[in-house]
Write a protein that binds this ligand. Structure first.
Ligand SMILES: Nc1ncnc2c1ncn2[C@@H]1O[C@H](COP(=O)(O)OP(=O)(O)OP(=O)(O)O)[C@@H](O)[C@H]1O
Length: 262
């Protein structure tokens, strides 16, 4: 198999601008592997959301994002939405649907015509709520949810169509410790099932704990893509985040201990 036809995601010279402002700068990543969790990290404003939205086809970008030799950036909406799912940082609040209805509606919006029927949709949506341990809020209206519950609902919407590529923008930022562990466990299961999973995370200890590899983005450009112990280092924390920090290994996991801003 030629490299460009692999099931991994390959970004080549990907650039994204807002007007005249270049946000993602000529990004080339040779292999974001299917079957692994890739954490996307970097300071506020580094371009992480912009990059994920471009890969998802929600922003115009130049360059390419190849999977199986096909470019996601030029793919039609129907083909791409069956393949890729983007979970945004925030979810619309003023929608008069229950959690379950919203997950079913998302499934219907992303599905190719002619596939399955109502009972299947409902069962599939319920199984995703079970997977995320949120069946207790299935019948709650979206506009009555807490921040964390909204985030879990958004994740359910992203998973329900069973996409091959999951782009998750800070999926655990509003979650308590138990739900963080549930969600990251699900994320790992999805990768183990062969999917491409890119997950924006701000907590670098969490990224090192759950991800197979870490992409560090700085000012819209690639700083480094490597294994957690290659990426999360005092040097990276100093150069990219401008903090003085130690990286300690505790029970086999890396922990970042920030001493202060530089
Ligand atoms: N709609 C927009 N129009 C113009 N500039 C934008 C727009 N959205 C984002 N930007 C700019 O693009 C840059 C990158 O933003 P982006 O949201 O991708 O960063 P991020 O790495 O996801 O940040 P954070 O960690 O704070 O979520 C920022 O400088 C931001 O001001």
């Amino acid at each position: 198999m030629m490299a460009h036809e692999s099931g991994d995601l390959q970004l080549e010279h990907l650039s994204v601008s807002y007007g005249s402002k270049r946000i993602v700068r000529d990004l080339t990543l040779s292999s974001i592997k299917a079957g692994q969790v890739t954490a996307l990290v970097g300071p506020n404003g580094a371009g992480k959301t912009t990059l994920l939205r471009a890969i998802a086809g929600l922003l115009r970008a130049s360059g390419s994002a190849l999977v199986h030799g096909k470019n996601l950036l030029t793919m039609g909406y129907g083909e791409r939405s069956a393949l890729v799912s983007y979970m945004p940082q925030s979810v619309p609040e003023r929608v008069s649907l229950t959690v379950l209805e919203s997950v079913i509606a998302t499934l219907r919006a992303t599905r190719r015509p002619g596939m399955m029927g109502n009972a299947h949709d409902r069962n599939r949506a319920i199984s995703v709520l079970e997977q995320l341990d949120i069946t207790d809020i299935a019948l709650d209206p979206l506009d009555c949810l807490s921040g964390g519950q909204r985030q879990l609902c958004s994740l359910a919407q992203s998973l329900v169509s069973d996409p091959s590529i999951l782009l998750l923008d800070e999926p655990t930022s509003a979650l308590d410790l138990r739900h963080q562990a549930t969600v990251m466990g699900v994320v790992r299961e999805l990768a183990a099932a062969g999917k491409i999973v890119i997950c924006v995370l701000h907590d670098l200890s969490q990224a090192a704990r759950w991800a197979d590899s870490i992409v560090v983005l700085n000012h819209g450009a690639l700083y480094l893509h490597g294994a957690p112990d290659e990426a999360v280092t005092p040097q990276m924390l100093s150069e990219v985040y401008a903090v003085e920090a130690r990286v300690e290994s505790l029970h086999g996991h890396l922990h970042v201990v920030v001493q202060g801003a530089i």
